[in-house]
Design a protein around this ligand. Structure first.
Ligand code: ASP
Ligand code: MG
Length: 424
């Protein structure tokens, strides 16, 4: 017998048939003798609709910004999970599984006060654990908790992955199974490279890089949390027949296990290729080369809440002026340029150049720590295809390369094959 947290995303609970299908997945685990708690997202499209309404009201009334009252935003958008958790509880009851829905405040799942992007601080798991022991399934609303001001707080889009991992950590679950509309984590996006393979296992660190660098399977924060609390997290499909052979095999179900690197026996040098679209590049020309200049540039951007990613500073030719290039999300480009224009006099530079719509391709693998030449292989492969590199950043287990968007798919396929990821 194991204790399992099962999480179902929006497409998995998109309509009543799908909710019934989810109930059968849960029943299978209960019938196999496991203790189960479930975390659900809102039905597909619901959160978008609710966010749309919250954004429309200020436009109608002329208020400053859609999030001008984040507490009310949270009150509105958290309702989607209230509905799906109640529906799933009924669906479970109707097939003979004892179940009860739980909203974030009822448990409670305590968060900080950052409404709209709250972080989970603590989960009171005792009552749920007690009921699991009696065979009852708790169906917990993802994406939400109770803030110190005694109001509902939501965790940011995609936050129910994080809810699930946090619940699994609090309940000391043996595993957190994330059921979604893909059947695992792939070496790259199969829509771009049909030869992409499903990984049987991937380390927390690699998954964190994959998620941060653009793979959309899991919310980044959920992977961080899984890594910190060592929650073995399993990505699998809810779209398969719940009673197909092997689905209930606890030790070897179909999907991808995200786990500690020690659990991975055959470590490849490169595990996956991620890509992120909509990167924008900003270059500041002839910036004064003296202490405090970077702080003068990136301070205002941080204050404007703009996430700066790759940063390249050139060597100064004459010792007094240099160029600095960095990337921001395309959606933040205008805001970034205007923040920089305001800082122009204090920082001192000649010109701002910018370009939107670029793509960042990343090569990820913990094997890089112990293998030389991984980056050189990427550069040579891209050069052979005539792909120009605009900027490069690296970490211990990642190489990211900024290129023109026209070459994105070619670059992904080229890198996928040069590291042998197409091969079985
Ligand atoms: N329903 C929320 C969203 O769409 C949370 C989630 O699905 O993870 O962002
Ligand atoms: Mg999701």
């Amino acid at each position: 017998m194991a204790r399992i947290v099962m999480k179902f995303g929006g497409t998995s609970v998109a309509d009543l048939d799908r909710i019934h299908n989810v109930a059968r997945h849960v029943k299978r685990e209960i019938d196999n003798g496991h203790e189960v708690a479930v975390v659900v997202s809102a039905m597909a499209g619901k959160t978008n609709e609710l966010v749309g309404w919250a954004q429309a009201i200020p436009r109608v009334t002329g208020a400053p910004s859609p999030l001008y009252d984040a507490r009310e935003y949270d009150a509105i958008v958290a309702s989607g999970e209230q509905v799906s958790s109640g529906l799933l509880a009924i669906a479970l009851q109707s097939i003979g599984v004892d179940a009860r829905s739980w909203q974030g405040w009822q448990i409670p799942i305590r968060t900080d006060n950052a409404h709209g992007a709250a972080r989970i601080l603590d989960i009171e798991g005792a009552e749920i654990t007690r009921r699991m022991g009696l065979g009852q399934v708790a169906v917990v609303t993802g994406f939400q908790g109770l803030a110190p001001d005694n109001r509902i707080a939501t965790l940011g889009r995609g936050g129910s992955d994080t809810s699930a991992v946090a619940v699994a950590a609090a309940l000391k679950a043996d595993r957190c199974d994330i059921y979604t509309d893909v059947d695992g984590v792939y070496t790259t996006d199969p829509r771009i490279e049909p030869k992409a393979r499903r990984l049987a296992r991937i380390s927390f660190e690699e998954m964190l890089e994959l998620a941060s660098q653009g793979a959309k399977v899991l919310q980044v924060r959920s992977v961080e949390l899984a890594m910190v609390h060592k929650v073995r997290t399993f990505v699998r499909s809810s779209f398969e027949d719940p009673d197909a052979p092997g689905m209930g095999d606890f030790d070897n179900p179909p999907g991808t296990l995200i786990c500690d690197e020690e659990e991975i026996v055959e470590q490849q040098v490169v595990t996956g290729i991620a890509y992120a679209k909509d990167e924008a590049q900003i270059s500041l020309r002839r910036v004064a080369d003296r202490p405090g200049v970077s702080a003068g540039i990136f301070g205002p951007l941080a204050e404007a809440n703009i996430n700066v990613d790759m940063i390249v500073q050139n060597v100064s030719e004459d010792g007094s002026r240099t160029d600095i290039t960095f990337t921001v999300p395309t959606g933040d480009l205008e805001k970034a340029v205007s923040a920089l224009e305001k800082a122009r006099d204090t920082v001192g530079f000649d010109a701002i150049q910018s370009e939107a719509g670029l793509v960042k391709v990343s090569v990820i693998g913990i094997g890089m720590r112990s293998h030389a030449g991984v980056a050189a292989t990427a550069f040579k492969a891209l050069a052979d295809k005539g792909i120009n590199i605009r900027a490069i950043t690296t970490s211990e287990i990642k190489i990211s390369i900024l290129i023109d968007s026209a070459y994105a798919e070619l670059a992904v396929r080229t890198l996928h094959s040069v590291y042998g990821l197409d091969r079985q």
